[in-house]
Design a protein around this ligand. Structure first.
Ligand code: NAD
Length: 508
């Protein structure tokens, strides 16, 4: 076992169910956690069974009754302390993220930093859960709206951000006085167990009610229990569009609330008036960072015909410099894909590109030999395509970059928008008119639209999410917290009469 796992001092890695400080050995299926870095099995975790799940839901319900009475700044203080615990564990948790998920150590650390940032944001938010005041049309009346907690928030998360997505949701939800039940990806169970151990110290020291922050490890079935559980007021689900359609339908059928953060098919438009040097870095990081396994990964480059050949040449040269290998080693830019299924999906996509008439400008393939024993390392590749190809319309979660040529900005924006997904988009241009057009209502139809920045690497201060098949949810910064609360409009009459709105007379 890697030394850093010992350093985390987790006594029983196999326990996958927790109500905060207490851990349970549930009797669900065993999940095996293997590292895509070296192919080694790290541990096996007992997933949650239905009885344990029902117990967790009941514990969460009871905890909510007390937790909602804690003043918001006191809840913020708990999140502040959690942020500090994360600061102390940044190095070790970052390594675990990198080892279990396969992203570079830089990005693993970055993910933990994102958790720290959102803890700071949530702390500030705990004193800013503002409603509006309105002027009443009736004399001697006052109106305002205020926000109350929803109750239990279910969090279903994907493998590619095994810790940050949970913190985006749970830190904000807890400050809003909600209680959380987290089902992490079955591909990264240990990252979740580590997080829960790190924060449980804070819960113990502050006597936070058991059940405020719960963990239910497991696969799709546990996610389905969350989606179908009427006691769970809001289900925040991050993952594929396939999963989101199933979760959205189940939650919708019981008229619950859902917050869906699903797949992307993100494009960058490279204008002939772009600074090609910064565009190159933006495209490269966007396309190969996390081995193409970010929801915001750059999948399509829409390049002006006048600079198409020169930019393609620069890109291929840059790709040839990339170092692929153990993501825990700082010199490597690209780590492995998460598992063999992901490698199969990558190979299948390359076959489809060729079948559908695309041209491989830079070939892909699996790497083998020393250092690549896990069989999960693949070469980032580049294909020249047209946007209407079936494979281009689909999100392949791997480092495959599509190049598409355009003549006019109108055409480029049309191409950019002509996919089912609507997460992240950007334009590289030094022309103000082009930039503003791209950001206008005639421009990008995505939840995220950037100028002279790539599609990936969002900051926590903004609301994060996308349109169309990306699900429409928003989480993290700005006023995304409102999704985690219910809104109430209050009218108070301090006069000695009872006038009705709209001047209606009712006398007896
Ligand atoms: P996935 O859909 O396979 O799994 C995500 C989670 O959903 C897992 O915890 C899984 O167990 C659970 N799940 C699967 N089917 C379910 C069902 N029917 N009911 C309830 N739960 C179910 O996704 P993945 O492979 O882990 O992650 C990759 C996908 O996630 C990509 O499409 C990526 O774009 C997307 N993603 C989106 C965002 C975003 O913010 N928009 C962020 C990260 C990842």
């Amino acid at each position: 076992m890697q030394n850093f796992l010992k350093e985390l001092k987790i006594s029983e890695l196999n326990k996958g169910v927790s109500t905060g400080t207490k851990w349970f050995s549930a009797s669900g299926e065993k999940i095996i956690s293997s590292s895509p870095v070296d192919g080694k099995q790290i541990a096996s975790v007992n997933s949650c069974d239905k009885r344990s799940f029902d117990y967790v839901v009941e514990t969460a319900q009871n905890a909510f009754v007390e937790w909602r009475t804690w003043p918001a700044p006191r809840r913020g203080e708990i999140i502040r302390q959690i942020g500090n615990e994360l600061r102390r564990h940044k190095d070790i948790l970052g390594k675990l993220v990198s080892y279990e998920m396969g992203k570079s150590l830089q990005e693993g650390m970055g993910e933990v930093q994102e958790m720290i940032d959102i803890a700071d944001f949530a702390l500030g938010l705990s004193r800013q859960l503002y409603g509006f005041t309105m002027h009443s049309e009736r004399p001697g009346h006052r109106m305002y709206d205020q926000y109350h907690p929803l109750g239990i928030v279910g969090i279903i998360s994907a493998f590619n951000f095994p810790v940050a997505v949970w913190s985006w949701n749970s830190f904000i939800a807890m400050v809003c006085a909600d209680v959380c039940i987290w089902k992490p990806s079955e591909k990264t169970p240990l990252c979740a167990i580590a997080c829960q151990h790190i924060i449980s110290k804070v819960f113990k020291e502050n006597k936070v009610p058991e059940g405020v922050c719960n963990l239910v490890s497991g696969g799709r079935e546990v996610g389905e229990w969350i989606a179908n559980e009427p006691k769970i007021a809001l289900v925040s689900a991050t993952g594929s569009t396939r999963m989101g359609k199933a979760v959205g339908a189940a939650v919708g059928a019981r008229l619950g609330k859902s917050l869906l953060e699903l797949g992307g098919n993100n494009a960058i438009i490279i204008s002939k008036e772009a600074d090609l040097n910064i565009a190159l870095v933006g495209c490269l990081f966007g396309a190969v960072g996390t081995a193409g396994q970010r929801c915001t990964t750059t999948r399509r480059l829409i390049i002006h015909e006048d600079i198409y050949d020169i930019f393609k040449k620069k890109l291929i040269q840059a790709y040839r410099q990339l170092k692929i290998g153990d993501p825990l080693k700082e010199e490597n830019h690209v780590g492995p894909l998460i598992d063999h299924d992901a490698v199969d999906a990558y190979l299948n996509a390359i076959n489809q590109i060729k079948k559908q008439g695309g041209n491989m400008a830079l070939a892909g393939g699996i790497l083998s030999g020393k250092g690549f024993e896990s069989g999960c390392y693949v070469k980032p590749c580049i294909a020249e395509v047209t946007n209407d190809m079936e494979i281009v319309q689909h999100e392949t979660f791997a480092p495959i970059l599509y190049l598409i040529k355009y003549k006019t900005l109108e055409e480029a924006i049309e191409i950019q928008n002509a996919v089912p997904q609507g997460l992240s988009s950007s334009i590289f241009t030094l022309n103000l008119r082009e930039a503003e057009w791209f950001l206008s209502s005639k421009g990008s139809d995505c939840g995220i639209a950037n100028v002279n920045i790539g599609t990936s690497g969002a900051e926590i201060g903004g609301a994060f999410g996308g349109e169309k098949e990306t699900g429409g949810g928003r989480e993290s910064g700005s006023d995304a917290w409102k999704v985690y609360m219910r809104r109430q409009t209050n009218t108070i009459n301090y006069s000695d009469t009872l006038p009705l709105a709209q001047g209606i007379k009712f006398t007896v």
